[in-house]
Design a protein around this ligand. Structure first.
Ligand code: SAM
Length: 293
C-alpha cells in the first residue's frame, strides 16, 4: 500500500478544508468500504490520494473517479501507477454531464457509486445522482453520522427530512458501519458512517409529476416547525384553505407537521392537491434541509 501521507507531503500538498478534504488513513476502512461497494463498474467521487480507489480497483472491473482538485492529479498518477482499470476524470461532480459520462465510460456495464463524499456537498451530490435517474445499482457512501441518520431514517420520524423522502422514493437505505473521526487526516469535527442506497426498480410511490411532488416535500420540510397547511401554502404560494381541504381529503390531520408523514401520506396529499401542486411555484426550492443534511 502506498504511503499516502508521505507522497502527499512530497508533492507539497496542503489540505483544502473548503473542498471537504479529509483523507482516510485508518487501515481497514477502505477495504471494508470497497467490499461493500464493489461492482463491475464503479464511479468514485473525490478519490483524494487514491486510498479507496486502489481498493475498489482490486475488486471491480473498472473504476472511474472524478476529482475536483487538480493538485491531486500528479499524486494519483503516482499512487495508482500500474492499475490499468482506473480512469481519473478531472472535474466537478455537480457540473459534469453524468448520463454521458456513464455511457462513455461504462458502456452498458452495471455501475455503482462508492465514495467518501466531500461533506459540504453530500446532499446535492446524492440528490443529483438520484434525480438524474442514472442507471445505478447501488450507492455506497461515507457521510457525516448525522447525515447518515437523516438519510436512512424512516419517514414519519423526527430524524427525517426532505432528503429522506427523495432517498426513500428512489432507494432502500441502510447504515452499514460507523467510522470514527480519528480515521481521517485531518480529522473532521464529527464522526462518520457508511451508508448504502440500493436503487429500486420503480419508485416507492406513484406520482403524476415527480418534480412537482419533490417541490411539495421540500416546501413541507422547508418550514418543518410549522403545520403542513402553513408550510405548504407558504412554500408553494397556495391558498391555505386549498391545502387544508387537500389534507382532509387525504386523511391527514390538520395539525400534522412534515416529519409525521409517511411517503405514502405525501403521495396522497400530492394527489389531492392535484393541479394546484403541479402548477405552483416553490419559494423553497433549496431549503437548508436539502442543501446540507
Ligand atoms: N477518497 C479520498 C479518501 O477517502 O481518502 C478523499 C475523500 S475527501 C472526503 C473528498 C474528496 O472529494 C477530495 O479529494 C476533494 O478534493 C474531492 N472533491 C471535493 N469537491 C468535489 C467535487 N465537487 N467534485 C469532485 N470531487 C470533489
Amino acid at each position: 500500500m502506498p504511503a499516502y501521507l508521505e507522497i502527499l507531503r512530497r508533492h507539497g500538498f496542503t489540505f483544502d478544508k473548503a473542498k471537504g478534504q479529509n483523507f482516510l488513513v485508518a487501515p481497514g476502512v477502505c477495504p471494508r468500504m470497497a467490499a461493500a461497494g464493489a461492482a463491475a463498474g464503479v464511479l468514485e467521487i473525490g478519490p483524494g490520494a487514491g486510498a479507496l480507489t486502489r481498493e475498489l480497483a482490486k475488486s471491480s472491473q473498472k473504476v472511474v473517479a472524478v476529482e475536483l482538485d487538480k493538485r491531486l492529479l500528479p499524486v494519483l498518477d503516482e499512487t495508482l501507477a500500474g492499475l490499468d482499470n482506473v480512469t481519473i476524470i478531472p472535474g466537478d461532480i455537480l457540473a459534469l454531464d453524468l448520463p454521458a459520462l456513464l455511457k462513455e465510460q461504462f458502456a452498458g456495464m452495471p455501475v455503482s457509486v462508492c465514495a467518501n463524499l466531500p461533506y459540504y456537498i453530500t446532499s446535492p451530490v446524492l440528490m443529483r445522482l438520484l434525480e438524474l435517474r442514472l442507471p445505478l445499482s447501488r450507492i455506497t457512501v461515507m457521510v457525516q453520522k448525522e447525515a447518515a441518520q437523516r438519510l436512512c431514517a424512516p419517514m414519519g420520524t423526527r430524524a427525517c427530512g426532505a432528503v429522506t423522502a427523495v432517498v426513500e422514493y428512489f432507494t432502500e437505505a441502510k447504515q452499514l458501519f460507523p467510522v470514527s473521526r480519528s480515521s481521517f487526516v485531518p480529522p473532521p469535527k464529527v464522526d462518520s458512517a457508511v451508508i448504502q442506497l440500493t436503487l429500486r426498480d420503480a419508485p416507492a410511490v406513484a406520482v403524476a409529476d415527480e418534480a412537482a411532488f419533490f417541490r411539495l416535500v421540500r416546501a413541507a420540510f422547508g418550514q418543518r416547525r410549522k403545520t403542513l397547511a402553513n408550510a405548504v401554502s407558504a412554500g408553494l404560494s397556495l391558498e391555505k384553505s386549498r391545502v387544508q381541504e387537500a389534507l382532509a381529503r387525504a386523511g391527514i390531520p390538520q395539525t400534522a407537521r412534515a416529519e409525521e408523514l409517511t411517503l405514502q401520506n405525501f403521495a396522497a396529499l400530492f394527489e389531492q392537491l392535484g393541479t394546484d401542486a403541479e402548477k405552483s411555484s416553490s419559494n423553497n426550492r433549496t431549503p437548508s434541509d436539502t442543501k446540507a443534511v
